[in-house]
Design a protein around this ligand. Sequence first.
Ligand code: 13P
Ligand code: ZN
Length: 271
Amino acid sequence: MNKNILESNFIREFSNVIDRMYLLGWDERNAGNVSFILDEQPLAEYLDLSKPGRLYPLQINAKPLAGKYLLVTGSGKYFKNVKEDPKANACIIRVTEGGSDVEILWGLQPHERPTSELSTHLASHMSRLEVDPTHRVIIHTHATYTNMMSAITDLNEKSFTKALWGLNTENIIIFPEGIGIIPWEIPGNGIIGKNTAAKFKHFKIVLWPLHGVVACGDTLDATFGLIETVEKAAMTYLTIKPYTNQKLISDVDLMRLAKAFNVKPNEDFIQ
Ligand code: 13P
Ligand code: ZN
């Protein structure tokens, strides 16, 4: 007898983080999507993994992820409803051996599909796993202040990052790589996925101007915490913008911070 999957830690953590993002106002309606790589062993306690699932084709080839299981939000699903009913709003998929499809093993109705950004997520997972074997999570969310900031600042990775590093003492410690930025693009298409995945080779958070952010991490908490930190800095930036005599942490002090906390800041942004 399989255990009740709704009581599993992975469903609970996934639902909680999504609910928290909704309550922060980042995920109105169906805004945003989350994917979380699951280990086979604990999953097998809840699902019969010998059964094939419903095939769903990908826009990309995800062969490097063949056999991997992911918990993913459904397309068009409202974040506000995920915690109440994870099975109706998310699904568990397995990447097929050839990498051109996924099997939907659990969750969603037969006519429903995983997020329209599934290929963006899978391309991003592939990119991150090449640089970090502990990587597991991709979160796309319409983080309010970060998005607002993208409307009024230069979309330059160095100046955007340094504006945020300079405002809160711990920022350079939490995101020493800085913020990657891609040009504005239509969501759900192959280009946005390819551009995002390329940025994930160097950054852990990527800004989609006038849309939101995509972030990665080895846990849901770490990924959420990264977005939360960037978002707070963007809120600080916008709140103090009208004031004169603003102070920023100097480059010298940013480097002292990095040294004290043993992080290596992006050399293209600060020496
Ligand atoms: P989905 O509902 O298909 O996940 O799309 C939401 C979104 O934010 C697209 O960028
Ligand atoms: Zn979006």
